[in-house]
Each structure stands twice: as structure tokens, then as C-alpha cells.
Design a protein around this ligand. Structure first.
Ligand SMILES: *Cc1c(COP(=O)(O)O)cnc(C)c1O
Length: 511
């Protein structure tokens, strides 16, 4: 964010001010780091302005001298300076509260704020070490969420432990492995995954100890039954599928697929990231799936992005329930004095063990619970209807070609001769977030788009206008985009390979 001239001019306060002003004018939006605004040396243990208590000097540190310090440089800024700093930073990024965010597969939908209120209630923040008896309300919420998710997915038992979809996949695969092992079928060492699947599917299967057999799509973009037939064998542990798939296409042959997998003794895994399309209408369990994960941060509107936080509960059919991670929640034998059920944690008989500290990502789960409880059956069915309607309406307005149809809650357009990554950068100039790009690869220069159910017709029209404006532009304009954002073309490779994570490191680098 700061270039060489910026750092040189730090020597001199006046120059610093001039530099900041120049950047504001030049870039419109430049906001210095807190340490660029002010750095005051604070003595530790001097009892005066320092941060340590009066008698700090008398405490002998058990640490070696070279690991202790006497003073520290900290920004000393007033409250309004701080408030404005963070507000300006928040204005420099694009978020789900700024506008539409049609990242296909990732499901970035508006998160209603009432769920935050629920998660902020004091009873939601009980200490996880408290006795079961004293946190019956917490356990009841977990029990009811297990039940809601089970009914939504058509699954018999649910664990709330995994902290993300990918973690849920890993758990599901380990549960499948434990099940096969238990049945003396430990020789099964292959997991079949369609080419168009999300990258985490391949990673989870490999990390779970399996060889991955990748399955080509047929001309329609769906599972090729002949290819599946030849991939299946007595070594098949599972087939991982999402339905609708990442092209938004429903696997019409799902009954037959399930039968084929079960016939060779394999399990059918459902990647729940696309549950948005089915919510309240169809259930993976009824289609023959044996194990699935839910991305509550996608489907059930808990905030995510930038790496978290999320939750990826896993649901299974009865046969797999004894292998789920511990602990789960069930109704206890006793009743309260007023006759209400009590709840207790328990360890499934052949559990694969623990996969997360305590009870999973609890506050994320509370938000998902609040969202499901407020929407109810009707609201959830309405959400999936609108998710599908919005995707179809948006696609119908686009100049870009959408090769695979009919799709559900998301579609993959092709940028044709344009570079999909450039298209994405240019869309930022029109004040909207771009779709997911360049994946799945069966569509050239893919623009994988999922408007979600929360957007109005006006917003979808604005989004379509942005797509179409970019579709009409030449490659030079696209290559120079974005022009109107705070950060322009970021050198992502260097940022990933040579991350500078603190201002201090930046200064040292320079000397
Ligand atoms: C997002 C996604 C995942 C992974 O879920 P995370 O919660 O991001 O770990 C898996 N599969 C599909 C299809 C997805 O869209």
C-alpha cells in the first residue's frame, strides 16, 4: 500500500502529511496504516505513560533478555481517528452488504442481521466447559439443529462438529472408511469424483487416504453412466457427487447412479454446497445418498468469506451413525420437574473421534439455527424457488452464451473470446462483484454465476447491465481494468509467495 517515496518521507512529519494528501488526491481513497498515522514510543515498566503497572520493574522476567523489551512503538490515536480509519477501510472493499456478490458455488448471500442479534445474546456465549446440567438450553439448540438438518437432508443422524464444508467432506470420507473397515471391507481404496466437482472433493478424498478416480462428464455436462460403470469396482469406497452439479444441472439419473454405486458395495456422498437449489423440495437422503455435508455458511445464511468462519455439519443414514465424530447430543432419560426433555452429550459407539474443539463452531451454528427457525418449511422452499428463478432470470438477460441448460440455482456462462479473469476485473469498475471464473473447465472461460435468492429484480438487472457492458468491450480495456477500485491489478503471485504481514517487517526489509 505504501511505495518507496512514502516510506522515505516518513522521516519528516510535514512531508508525511503532504504525501498522505497527495495519495488521497491521486488515488481518491488511500488510507494510511495506523502505524503510518502515528507511532509513539511507549516505555514499558516506567510507571508513567507506560502500559505496565507501577511495580513492573520489580518483576524479574523468566524470559531471556533477548526476548524481552523495555519499550514498544504503538500508534496513539484518538477514538474518532480510529473509527474513521476502520470505516474508510470498510469503504475500500466490496462486501455482501455493498452489493450483489454472484460467486457461483460459493453462495455469497446477504446474511440477515437478526441472526447476529441471536448469536450476541448472553446465553449464546456459555463457556464450553460448563456442566451439561447447567447448559441445557445450549444442548437443546444443538439437538434441534441436528434434527432440522437431518430432516432437511433426509439423513438419520447429524454431527455439528466440522468447521467448514471441506472439513465436513473429510469427516464424511473418514466415516465411510470406518464403516467399510468395520465391515471387513478395508480393501476398498478408491473414491470416484466427477471432473466438474469442487476441488475440495479431490483433496478430502486424498487426505482421507483414498486414491481418486476422476470421472469425465457426458455431453450434457452430467455424470456419464458408461464411464461410471467402468470406474465402479469392488475397490470403490464411495462416489462423491453434488446435485445439482457445479454447472447447476440436476443429475436426472440419480436413482440409477445410486443403485449402481450400492450394487458394488460403495457409498454415495452428497456435497451439500448446492443444497440451495433443493431446500424444502427434494432431499439427498431420498435420492439414495448415504452421507452428506451441509455448508451452513452458504445455504443457511451465516456470514463467510475471507476464510471463515463456517460450519460443515455432516448427516448420515442409520448404518453410518455409530461412526460419527464425538460428541453428539441426544435426549436424556430424565425429564425436568415440569416434564420437559433433558439433553446430554454422547459418544457414538464406533466414533472416529473428535474433529474439533468442544462443540464445533458454535456461534455459526446458532446463526444457522436462527435462520432455519425463522424461515420454517415454507420459507426454505421459497428460498430455493427464488434462487432458481433468479439464476434463470439473470441468465436470460445476458449477452454471454450459457452452454449447459436447464440449470437450477447457478449457471456457467462462457466469456468466449474474452479472458474470464479480465471480465471479472472489469466488472468491479461497474460497481458489482464478479462471478467465479475459469471453473469448471468444461466451459471455456467460465463465468460461474449464482445470484442467490436474496437479490431483487432491480439488482439482477443492474448485474446483467454490468455483464453486458463488459461483454461489449475490447481486450485492451479489459486488460487495464479495474480502474475505479482502490487497489488495481494486484500481483497475487508475489502476495502469496512473499507475504508482508506487518509494517515492522516492511521497514526491516527496506534497511
Ligand atoms: C464451497 C464448496 C465446498 C467447500 O466448502 P467450504 O465450506 O468452503 O470448505 C465444497 N464443494 C462445493 C461444491 C462448494 O461450493
Amino acid at each position: 500500500m505504501t511505495d518507496d517515496s512514502g516510506r522515505d518521507s516518513m522521516e519528516d512529519d510535514d512531508a508525511q502529511v503532504r504525501y498522505d494528501q497527495a495519495r488521497y488526491v491521486e488515488d481518491g481513497q488511500y488510507e494510511p496504516l495506523l502505524s503510518e498515522k502515528d507511532l509513539t514510543r511507549v516505555d514499558i515498566g516506567d510507571g508513567g505513560d507506560g502500559i505496565a503497572p507501577d511495580d513492573a520493574e520489580s518483576v524479574d522476567s523468566p524470559l531471556p533478555d533477548d526476548l524481552t523489551r523495555d519499550s514498544l512503538e504503538l500508534p496513539e490515536l484518538s477514538e474518532p481517528e480510529l473509527a474513521r480509519h476502520y470505516t474508510r477501510l470498510s469503504q475500500m472493499i466490496y462486501g455482501i452488504d455493498s452489493g450483489p456478490y454472484p460467486l457461483g458455488s460459493c453462495t455469497m448471500k446477504y446474511n440477515p442481521k437478526f441472526t447476529e442479534d441471536v448469536a450476541a445474546l448472553p446465553p449464546a456465549s456459555v463457556h464450553p466447559d460448563r456442566s451439561e446440567r447447567s447448559v441445557q438450553g445450549t444442548l437443546e439448540v444443538m439437538y434441534r439443529l441436528q434434527d432440522y438438518l437431518g430432516r432437511i437432508g433426509g439423513m438419520d443422524a447429524v454431527t455439528l462438529q466440522p468447521p467448514a464444508g471441506a472439513a465436513g467432506e473429510f469427516v464424511g470420507i473418514r466415516v465411510a472408511a470406518a464403516y467399510h473397515e468395520h465391515n471387513g471391507e478395508g480393501h476398498r481404496d478408491e473414491v470416484i469424483i466427477p471432473e466438474s466437482a469442487h476441488g475440495t472433493n479431490f483433496a478430502s478424498a486424498a487426505l482421507g487416504g483414498y486414491d481418486v478416480v476422476s470421472l469425465p462428464s457426458d455431453e450434457d455436462g452430467r455424470v456419464d453412466l458408461e464411464a461410471l460403470e467402468s470406474a465402479l469396482s469392488e475397490n470403490t469406497a464411495a462416489l462423491m457427487l453434488t446435485n445439482p452439479n457445479t454447472l447447476g444441472l440436476f443429475e436426472r439419473d440419480i436413482d440409477e447412479i445410486a443403485e449402481m454405486v450400492h450394487d458394488v458395495g460403495g457409498l454415495l456422498y452428497y456435497d451439500g454446497a448446492n443444497l440451495n437449489a433443493l431446500l424444502g423440495r427434494a432431499r439427498p437422503g431420498d435420492m439414495g445418498f448415504d452421507v452428506m455435508h451441509y455448508n451452513v455458511h452458504k445455504t443457511f445464511a451465516t456470514p463467510h468469506g475471507g476464510g471463515g468462519p463456517g460450519a460443515g455439519p455432516v448427516g448420515v443414514v442409520d448404518e453410518l451413525a455409530p461412526f460419527l465424530p464425538a460428541p453428539r447430543v441426544r435426549e436424556g432419560d430424565q425429564r425436568t420437574k415440569s416434564g420437559e426433555p433433558t439433553y446430554e452429550l454422547f459418544e457414538p459407539e464406533h466414533t472416529i473421534g473428535k474433529v474439533h474443539g468442544f462443540h464445533g463452531n458454535w456461534l455459526v451454528l446458532v446463526k444457522a439455527f436462527a435462520y432455519i427457525a425463522r424461515l420454517g418449511d415454507e420459507g426454505l422452499a421459497d428460498a430455493s424457488a427464488k434462487a432458481v428463478l433468479n439464476a434463470n432470470y439473470l441468465a436470460s438477460r445476458l449477452e454471454y452464451d450459457v452452454p449447459y441448460e436447464p440449470f437450477h440455482h447457478e449457471f456457467v456462462a462462457s466469456a468466449g473470446d474474452q479472458d474470464a479473469a479480465d471480465v471479472a476485473k472489469r466488472m468491479l469498475d461497474y460497481g458489482v462483484h464478479p462471478p467465479t471464473t475459469k471453473w469448471p473447465e468444461i466451459v471455456p472461460e467460465a463465468l460461474m454465476t449464482e445470484p442467490t435468492e436474496v437479490e431483487s429484480k432491480d439488482t439482477l438487472d443492474r448485474l446483467a447491465a454490468a455483464f453486458n457492458a463488459v461483454a461489449a468491450e475490447d481486450s485492451e480495456t479489459l486488460a487495464n481494468a479495474p480502474e475505479r477500485t482502490t487497489a488495481r491489478r494486484i500481483d497475487q503471485t508475489s502476495a502469496a509467495r512473499n507475504p508482508r504481514l506487518s509494517w515492522q517487517a516492511l521497514e526491516e526489509d527496506e534497511s
